[in-house]
Design a protein around this ligand. Structure first.
Ligand SMILES: *Cc1c(COP(=O)(O)O)cnc(C)c1O
Length: 227
């Protein structure tokens, strides 16, 4: 399937999810996750009109960037080792995997300007998942504020739901993150406006949108998974 055809199907599904939940389609941004595919396929996505590209490894990100100069915003969505921050921080527009103070401090040290970040939340409690437990998130944000890490701009929360079909479980995970977001917004911390929610992937993005996602991260359903 061509990316442009997949994109049109996905946009249609987004539209339906938005109608169901009384939301506006312009408030939902599609990140094409290109970690499984080639630079050629990534270029095809950009030419189809995709404005956001997500990669979970630095090598993949830098490889794609060689072929695509200006145009899309680049999202780092994978877990980020502290020692790798210096290789990535100047090359990304967003980091989705902020989950510990040591990482925040390294971003602070290496970045030359504020970086829009999502705090990653492990809302399902699965041990295999990265991210802070929900109750750790607000103390973490307050710590960033207290330590004056002004290169960290917390624009939202990111989560990965369990890879299952149980709609109620998925909804529950997304709702938990949404309600945590509201608590953070109510704190009115200048460097943590937290207006965005990065949640929803190929198998669950409609549910995520119905529960408030503003960035959905779509790999398989949009660009496929073979390079
Ligand atoms: C791979 C990946 C995705 C996309 O997954 P699909 O199921 O292929 O849509 C989204 N988010 C993260 C963090 C990923 O690693």
């Amino acid at each position: 399937m061509k990316v442009i055809d997949n994109l049109s199907v996905i946009k249609h599904r987004i539209q339906e999810a938005c109608e169901k939940s009384n939301r506006h389609i312009d408030d939902v941004h599609i990140i094409a996750v290109t970690k499984y595919v080639s630079p050629e396929r990534t270029i095809e996505a950009v030419e189809a009109g995709v404005q956001h590209i997500g990669e979970n490894r630095i090598e993949g990100l830098r490889n794609k960037q060689q072929y695509i100069e200006n145009g899309p915003k680049w999202h780092f969505i994978g877990s980020l080792q502290t020692r790798k921050v210096k290789e990535v921080v100047d090359h990304v527009d967003y980091i989705h995997s902020l989950d510990r103070l040591s990482l925040a401090k390294e971003i602070q040290k290496r970045a030359t300007k504020p970086i829009p970040c999502f705090v990653q939340v492990n809302a399902s409690g699965e041990e295999s998942k990265h991210g802070l437990a929900p109750e750790e998130v607000i103390p973490f944000i307050k710590q960033i504020q207290e330590e004056k890490l002004n290169h960290i701009h917390i624009i939202g929360l990111m989560t990965m739901a369990p890879f299952i079909d149980d709609e109620m479980v998925l909804r529950d995970v997304f709702r938990k993150v949404k309600s945590l977001q509201k608590e953070i917004i109510d704190l009115h911390i200048e460097q943590a406006p937290c207006k965005e929610l990065s949640m929803g992937m190929s198998n669950d993005f409609e549910i995520a949108i119905e529960e408030g996602a503003t960035y959905i991260r779509i790999g398989t359903a949009l660009v496929g998974e073979d390079s």
